[in-house]
Write a protein that binds this ligand. Sequence first.
Ligand code: ACO
Length: 327
Amino acid sequence: MMKSVFIGCGAYLPQRKVSNDELAAKVDTSDDWIVARTGISSRHIAADGEMTSDLAHAAAVTALSSAGMAASELDLIVLATATPDQTFPATATKVQARLGVPGIPAFDVQAVCSGFIYALAVADNFIKAAQARNVLVIGAETFSRILDWEDRTTCVLFGDGAGAVVLRAEDEVAGTGRRSDSRGIMSTHLHADGRHHDMLYVDGGPSSTGTAGVIQMRGKEVFRHAVSNLAAVVTEALEANDLAPGDINWLVPHQANQRIIDHTARKLKMPREKVVLTVAEHGNTSAASVPLALNAAVSDGRIKQGDVILMEAMGGGFTWGSVLARW
Ligand code: ACO
Protein backbone atom coordinates (compact mmCIF):
# COMPACT_ATOMS: atom_id res chain seq x y z
CA MET A 1 0.00 0.00 0.00
CA MET A 2 1.28 3.47 -0.86
CA LYS A 3 1.22 6.30 1.65
CA SER A 4 1.08 10.05 0.87
CA VAL A 5 4.00 11.78 2.60
CA PHE A 6 4.28 15.56 2.92
CA ILE A 7 7.67 16.59 1.57
CA GLY A 8 7.24 20.35 1.27
CA CYS A 9 4.93 23.29 1.77
CA GLY A 10 4.75 26.92 0.77
CA ALA A 11 2.51 29.98 0.84
CA TYR A 12 1.90 33.37 -0.65
CA LEU A 13 0.07 36.40 0.72
CA PRO A 14 -0.67 39.53 -1.32
CA GLN A 15 1.42 42.50 -0.25
CA ARG A 16 -1.46 44.77 0.78
CA LYS A 17 -2.53 44.31 4.40
CA VAL A 18 -5.85 45.88 5.42
CA SER A 19 -6.49 46.58 9.10
CA ASN A 20 -9.83 46.61 10.88
CA ASP A 21 -9.48 50.36 11.33
CA GLU A 22 -9.15 50.78 7.57
CA LEU A 23 -12.43 48.88 7.11
CA ALA A 24 -14.07 50.91 9.87
CA ALA A 25 -13.38 54.02 7.80
CA LYS A 26 -15.57 52.57 5.02
CA VAL A 27 -18.36 50.59 6.76
CA ASP A 28 -20.10 50.91 10.13
CA THR A 29 -17.84 48.60 12.16
CA SER A 30 -14.98 48.82 14.64
CA ASP A 31 -11.74 47.06 15.52
CA ASP A 32 -13.27 46.15 18.90
CA TRP A 33 -16.33 44.48 17.35
CA ILE A 34 -14.34 42.49 14.76
CA VAL A 35 -11.68 41.32 17.23
CA ALA A 36 -14.24 40.36 19.91
CA ARG A 37 -16.55 38.43 17.54
CA THR A 38 -13.97 36.85 15.24
CA GLY A 39 -10.37 37.31 16.45
CA ILE A 40 -9.47 38.95 13.12
CA SER A 41 -7.18 42.03 13.18
CA SER A 42 -6.16 42.30 9.53
CA ARG A 43 -6.29 40.50 6.20
CA HIS A 44 -4.34 40.58 2.93
CA ILE A 45 -6.07 41.77 -0.23
CA ALA A 46 -4.89 41.02 -3.77
CA ALA A 47 -3.76 43.92 -5.94
CA ASP A 48 -5.77 44.97 -9.00
CA GLY A 49 -5.09 42.43 -11.71
CA GLU A 50 -3.60 39.91 -9.26
CA MET A 51 -5.58 36.71 -9.75
CA THR A 52 -6.07 33.45 -7.88
CA SER A 53 -3.70 31.70 -10.31
CA ASP A 54 -0.97 34.26 -9.51
CA LEU A 55 -1.29 33.57 -5.77
CA ALA A 56 -1.47 29.81 -6.40
CA HIS A 57 1.60 29.81 -8.65
CA ALA A 58 3.66 31.75 -6.10
CA ALA A 59 2.68 29.30 -3.32
CA ALA A 60 3.41 26.33 -5.60
CA VAL A 61 6.91 27.59 -6.42
CA THR A 62 7.81 27.91 -2.72
CA ALA A 63 6.31 24.49 -1.93
CA LEU A 64 8.32 22.82 -4.73
CA SER A 65 11.46 24.60 -3.55
CA SER A 66 10.96 23.45 0.06
CA ALA A 67 10.39 19.90 -1.24
CA GLY A 68 13.58 20.12 -3.31
CA MET A 69 11.55 18.94 -6.28
CA ALA A 70 11.48 20.17 -9.87
CA ALA A 71 8.04 20.84 -11.37
CA SER A 72 8.92 18.31 -14.08
CA GLU A 73 8.76 15.54 -11.44
CA LEU A 74 5.06 16.24 -10.71
CA ASP A 75 2.42 13.94 -12.12
CA LEU A 76 -0.73 15.62 -10.80
CA ILE A 77 -1.92 19.10 -9.75
CA VAL A 78 -5.07 19.52 -7.64
CA LEU A 79 -6.13 23.06 -6.81
CA ALA A 80 -8.88 23.97 -4.36
CA THR A 81 -10.66 27.26 -4.98
CA ALA A 82 -14.09 28.84 -4.98
CA THR A 83 -12.73 31.95 -6.71
CA PRO A 84 -11.23 30.73 -10.01
CA ASP A 85 -9.73 33.28 -12.41
CA GLN A 86 -12.50 32.46 -14.86
CA THR A 87 -15.54 30.18 -14.92
CA PHE A 88 -13.33 27.88 -16.98
CA PRO A 89 -10.66 26.65 -17.58
CA ALA A 90 -9.68 25.27 -14.20
CA THR A 91 -7.22 27.55 -12.41
CA ALA A 92 -5.06 24.43 -11.91
CA THR A 93 -4.38 24.36 -15.65
CA LYS A 94 -3.16 27.98 -15.59
CA VAL A 95 -0.75 27.13 -12.77
CA GLN A 96 0.35 24.05 -14.70
CA ALA A 97 1.13 26.16 -17.78
CA ARG A 98 3.22 28.59 -15.71
CA LEU A 99 5.09 25.72 -14.08
CA GLY A 100 5.85 24.42 -17.58
CA VAL A 101 4.59 20.86 -17.08
CA PRO A 102 2.12 20.15 -19.91
CA GLY A 103 0.50 16.72 -20.15
CA ILE A 104 -0.06 15.81 -16.51
CA PRO A 105 -3.63 15.98 -15.14
CA ALA A 106 -4.57 19.28 -13.46
CA PHE A 107 -8.00 20.15 -12.12
CA ASP A 108 -9.85 22.26 -9.55
CA VAL A 109 -11.80 21.05 -6.53
CA GLN A 110 -14.66 23.24 -5.28
CA ALA A 111 -15.67 22.73 -1.67
CA VAL A 112 -15.27 26.38 -0.54
CA CYS A 113 -13.57 26.58 2.89
CA SER A 114 -13.16 22.77 3.01
CA GLY A 115 -11.56 22.79 -0.43
CA PHE A 116 -8.00 22.04 0.70
CA ILE A 117 -9.17 19.12 2.86
CA TYR A 118 -11.15 17.75 -0.11
CA ALA A 119 -8.16 18.29 -2.45
CA LEU A 120 -5.80 16.47 -0.06
CA ALA A 121 -8.24 13.54 0.12
CA VAL A 122 -8.44 13.39 -3.69
CA ALA A 123 -4.63 13.50 -4.02
CA ASP A 124 -4.21 10.86 -1.30
CA ASN A 125 -6.58 8.53 -3.15
CA PHE A 126 -4.70 9.02 -6.44
CA ILE A 127 -1.50 8.06 -4.61
CA LYS A 128 -3.09 5.04 -2.88
CA ALA A 129 -4.47 3.87 -6.23
CA ALA A 130 -0.93 4.16 -7.68
CA GLN A 131 -2.13 6.68 -10.28
CA ALA A 132 0.24 9.43 -9.11
CA ARG A 133 3.54 9.60 -7.24
CA ASN A 134 4.32 13.30 -6.84
CA VAL A 135 1.32 15.57 -6.33
CA LEU A 136 1.06 19.33 -5.92
CA VAL A 137 -1.99 20.31 -3.82
CA ILE A 138 -2.88 24.00 -3.67
CA GLY A 139 -5.53 26.06 -1.85
CA ALA A 140 -5.86 29.56 -3.35
CA GLU A 141 -8.51 32.26 -3.10
CA THR A 142 -9.29 35.88 -3.90
CA PHE A 143 -12.45 36.22 -1.79
CA SER A 144 -12.04 40.02 -1.94
CA ARG A 145 -13.54 39.76 -5.45
CA ILE A 146 -16.81 38.23 -4.23
CA LEU A 147 -17.42 40.48 -1.22
CA ASP A 148 -20.00 43.23 -0.97
CA TRP A 149 -17.72 45.89 0.52
CA GLU A 150 -20.77 47.70 1.90
CA ASP A 151 -22.01 44.65 3.83
CA ARG A 152 -20.34 44.83 7.24
CA THR A 153 -21.66 41.39 8.20
CA THR A 154 -19.42 39.68 5.61
CA CYS A 155 -16.71 42.04 4.28
CA VAL A 156 -14.77 42.09 7.57
CA LEU A 157 -14.39 38.31 7.69
CA PHE A 158 -12.43 37.30 4.59
CA GLY A 159 -9.00 37.72 2.99
CA ASP A 160 -6.92 36.54 0.02
CA GLY A 161 -3.98 34.13 -0.07
CA ALA A 162 -2.64 30.76 -1.17
CA GLY A 163 -0.88 27.76 0.35
CA ALA A 164 0.48 24.58 -1.21
CA VAL A 165 1.97 21.22 -0.27
CA VAL A 166 3.84 18.54 -2.20
CA LEU A 167 2.90 14.91 -1.52
CA ARG A 168 5.09 11.95 -2.47
CA ALA A 169 4.07 8.30 -2.65
CA GLU A 170 6.08 6.10 -0.32
CA ASP A 171 5.70 2.43 0.49
CA GLU A 172 3.86 1.90 3.77
CA VAL A 173 6.03 -0.25 5.98
CA ALA A 174 4.21 -3.60 6.11
CA GLY A 175 2.48 -4.55 9.34
CA THR A 176 2.85 -1.22 11.12
CA GLY A 177 -0.86 -0.45 11.16
CA ARG A 178 -2.61 2.78 11.93
CA ARG A 179 -0.60 3.69 15.02
CA SER A 180 2.59 3.36 13.01
CA ASP A 181 5.43 5.82 13.26
CA SER A 182 5.67 6.09 9.49
CA ARG A 183 5.11 9.55 8.06
CA GLY A 184 2.19 10.52 5.85
CA ILE A 185 -1.58 10.82 5.68
CA MET A 186 -3.24 8.44 8.14
CA SER A 187 -6.88 9.20 7.33
CA THR A 188 -9.18 11.53 5.45
CA HIS A 189 -12.87 12.04 6.21
CA LEU A 190 -15.18 14.11 3.98
CA HIS A 191 -18.80 15.17 4.48
CA ALA A 192 -21.40 17.41 2.85
CA ASP A 193 -25.00 18.38 3.51
CA GLY A 194 -26.49 20.30 0.59
CA ARG A 195 -29.74 20.95 2.45
CA HIS A 196 -28.01 23.99 3.93
CA HIS A 197 -26.70 25.46 0.67
CA ASP A 198 -28.67 28.68 1.22
CA MET A 199 -27.03 29.51 4.57
CA LEU A 200 -23.76 30.46 2.91
CA TYR A 201 -23.59 31.08 -0.82
CA VAL A 202 -22.63 33.50 -3.58
CA ASP A 203 -25.64 35.07 -5.29
CA GLY A 204 -24.23 34.80 -8.81
CA GLY A 205 -22.87 32.23 -11.23
CA PRO A 206 -22.78 31.34 -14.92
CA SER A 207 -26.04 29.39 -15.00
CA SER A 208 -28.05 31.66 -12.67
CA THR A 209 -27.32 35.37 -13.01
CA GLY A 210 -24.39 35.35 -15.40
CA THR A 211 -22.46 37.55 -12.95
CA ALA A 212 -19.87 36.57 -10.33
CA GLY A 213 -22.11 37.63 -7.41
CA VAL A 214 -21.27 38.35 -3.76
CA ILE A 215 -21.30 36.32 -0.54
CA GLN A 216 -24.56 35.96 1.38
CA MET A 217 -24.42 34.38 4.83
CA ARG A 218 -26.66 33.60 7.79
CA GLY A 219 -23.77 34.00 10.22
CA LYS A 220 -25.35 32.71 13.42
CA GLU A 221 -26.63 29.53 11.77
CA VAL A 222 -23.31 28.94 10.01
CA PHE A 223 -21.57 29.34 13.35
CA ARG A 224 -23.87 26.78 15.00
CA HIS A 225 -23.37 24.19 12.24
CA ALA A 226 -19.60 24.79 12.15
CA VAL A 227 -19.22 24.15 15.86
CA SER A 228 -21.17 20.89 15.82
CA ASN A 229 -19.80 19.52 12.50
CA LEU A 230 -16.19 20.24 13.43
CA ALA A 231 -16.56 18.66 16.86
CA ALA A 232 -17.99 15.55 15.15
CA VAL A 233 -15.29 15.35 12.50
CA VAL A 234 -12.35 15.60 14.92
CA THR A 235 -13.91 12.85 17.07
CA GLU A 236 -14.40 10.74 13.93
CA ALA A 237 -10.72 11.16 12.95
CA LEU A 238 -9.47 10.20 16.41
CA GLU A 239 -11.72 7.14 16.66
CA ALA A 240 -10.84 5.93 13.16
CA ASN A 241 -7.14 6.01 14.10
CA ASP A 242 -7.58 4.71 17.63
CA LEU A 243 -5.95 7.87 18.98
CA ALA A 244 -6.64 9.99 22.05
CA PRO A 245 -6.64 13.81 21.96
CA GLY A 246 -3.25 13.76 23.72
CA ASP A 247 -1.73 11.93 20.72
CA ILE A 248 -2.22 14.99 18.52
CA ASN A 249 0.76 17.35 18.49
CA TRP A 250 -0.88 20.12 16.46
CA LEU A 251 -4.40 21.11 15.52
CA VAL A 252 -4.31 22.99 12.20
CA PRO A 253 -7.89 24.24 11.83
CA HIS A 254 -9.62 26.23 9.14
CA GLN A 255 -9.20 29.85 10.20
CA ALA A 256 -12.74 31.26 10.04
CA ASN A 257 -13.32 32.55 13.51
CA GLN A 258 -11.33 32.34 16.75
CA ARG A 259 -14.44 31.34 18.68
CA ILE A 260 -15.14 28.37 16.37
CA ILE A 261 -11.49 27.26 16.68
CA ASP A 262 -11.58 27.59 20.50
CA HIS A 263 -14.67 25.39 20.61
CA THR A 264 -13.02 22.63 18.55
CA ALA A 265 -9.82 22.85 20.62
CA ARG A 266 -11.85 22.50 23.83
CA LYS A 267 -13.53 19.41 22.38
CA LEU A 268 -10.05 17.97 21.78
CA LYS A 269 -8.86 19.20 25.20
CA MET A 270 -6.01 20.92 23.38
CA PRO A 271 -4.37 23.95 24.96
CA ARG A 272 -4.13 27.02 22.73
CA GLU A 273 -0.35 26.55 22.46
CA LYS A 274 -0.98 23.40 20.39
CA VAL A 275 -3.39 25.10 17.99
CA VAL A 276 -1.95 26.82 14.92
CA LEU A 277 -3.60 30.24 14.62
CA THR A 278 -3.34 32.65 11.72
CA VAL A 279 -6.89 34.01 11.74
CA ALA A 280 -5.80 37.27 13.40
CA GLU A 281 -3.49 38.22 10.51
CA HIS A 282 -5.13 36.44 7.56
CA GLY A 283 -8.88 36.49 8.24
CA ASN A 284 -10.79 33.69 6.56
CA THR A 285 -9.00 32.79 3.31
CA SER A 286 -11.34 29.86 2.58
CA ALA A 287 -9.47 27.00 0.83
CA ALA A 288 -6.13 28.74 1.45
CA SER A 289 -6.50 28.96 5.22
CA VAL A 290 -5.37 25.46 6.26
CA PRO A 291 -2.25 25.36 4.03
CA LEU A 292 -1.36 28.94 5.05
CA ALA A 293 -1.56 27.94 8.72
CA LEU A 294 0.34 24.72 8.08
CA ASN A 295 3.10 26.58 6.27
CA ALA A 296 3.36 29.14 9.09
CA ALA A 297 3.92 26.45 11.73
CA VAL A 298 6.31 24.40 9.57
CA SER A 299 8.35 27.48 8.60
CA ASP A 300 8.80 28.70 12.18
CA GLY A 301 9.77 25.21 13.38
CA ARG A 302 6.74 24.42 15.53
CA ILE A 303 5.66 21.45 13.37
CA LYS A 304 8.55 18.99 13.18
CA GLN A 305 9.04 15.78 11.27
CA GLY A 306 7.15 12.98 13.03
CA ASP A 307 4.52 15.27 14.64
CA VAL A 308 0.90 14.16 14.39
CA ILE A 309 -1.26 16.94 12.91
CA LEU A 310 -5.02 17.15 12.63
CA MET A 311 -6.36 19.46 9.91
CA GLU A 312 -10.08 20.25 9.72
CA ALA A 313 -12.39 22.63 7.89
CA MET A 314 -16.02 23.45 7.24
CA GLY A 315 -17.47 25.64 4.52
CA GLY A 316 -20.36 26.48 2.24
CA GLY A 317 -22.48 23.61 0.97
CA PHE A 318 -22.17 22.71 3.76
CA THR A 319 -18.97 20.72 3.34
CA TRP A 320 -16.63 19.62 6.10
CA GLY A 321 -13.84 17.15 6.73
CA SER A 322 -10.51 16.26 8.30
CA VAL A 323 -7.06 15.01 7.39
CA LEU A 324 -4.93 13.33 10.05
CA ALA A 325 -1.26 12.93 9.22
CA ARG A 326 2.21 12.39 10.60
CA TRP A 327 4.38 15.23 9.28
N1 ACO B 1 -19.43 45.45 12.87
C1 ACO B 1 -20.30 45.88 13.81
N2 ACO B 1 -21.49 45.31 14.02
C2 ACO B 1 -21.81 44.26 13.24
C3 ACO B 1 -20.96 43.76 12.23
C4 ACO B 1 -19.74 44.41 12.06
N3 ACO B 1 -18.83 44.02 11.14
N4 ACO B 1 -21.56 42.71 11.63
C5 ACO B 1 -22.74 42.54 12.24
N5 ACO B 1 -22.91 43.48 13.20
C6 ACO B 1 -24.03 43.67 14.11
C7 ACO B 1 -25.30 43.06 13.57
O1 ACO B 1 -25.96 43.93 12.66
C8 ACO B 1 -26.09 42.88 14.86
O2 ACO B 1 -26.67 44.11 15.20
P1 ACO B 1 -28.14 44.17 15.87
O3 ACO B 1 -28.03 43.37 17.14
O4 ACO B 1 -28.35 45.61 16.06
O5 ACO B 1 -29.05 43.53 14.84
C9 ACO B 1 -25.01 42.55 15.88
O6 ACO B 1 -23.78 43.00 15.33
C10 ACO B 1 -24.91 41.09 16.21
O7 ACO B 1 -24.86 40.38 14.98
P2 ACO B 1 -24.82 38.81 14.94
O8 ACO B 1 -24.86 38.36 13.53
O9 ACO B 1 -25.83 38.27 15.89
O10 ACO B 1 -23.36 38.56 15.55
P3 ACO B 1 -22.65 37.21 15.90
O11 ACO B 1 -22.26 37.20 17.31
O12 ACO B 1 -23.40 36.02 15.39
O13 ACO B 1 -21.32 37.33 15.06
C11 ACO B 1 -20.37 36.46 13.01
C12 ACO B 1 -21.40 37.41 13.64
C13 ACO B 1 -18.98 36.92 13.41
C14 ACO B 1 -20.51 36.54 11.51
C15 ACO B 1 -20.61 35.03 13.54
O14 ACO B 1 -21.97 34.69 13.40
C16 ACO B 1 -19.79 34.05 12.78
O15 ACO B 1 -18.59 34.03 12.87
N6 ACO B 1 -20.42 33.11 12.05
C17 ACO B 1 -19.71 32.15 11.29
C18 ACO B 1 -19.49 32.72 9.96
C19 ACO B 1 -18.28 32.17 9.27
O16 ACO B 1 -17.29 31.84 9.87
N7 ACO B 1 -18.38 32.12 7.96
C20 ACO B 1 -17.28 31.76 7.15
C21 ACO B 1 -17.57 30.65 6.24
S1 ACO B 1 -18.02 29.19 7.05
C22 ACO B 1 -16.69 28.74 7.83
O17 ACO B 1 -15.63 29.06 7.38
C23 ACO B 1 -16.82 27.97 9.06
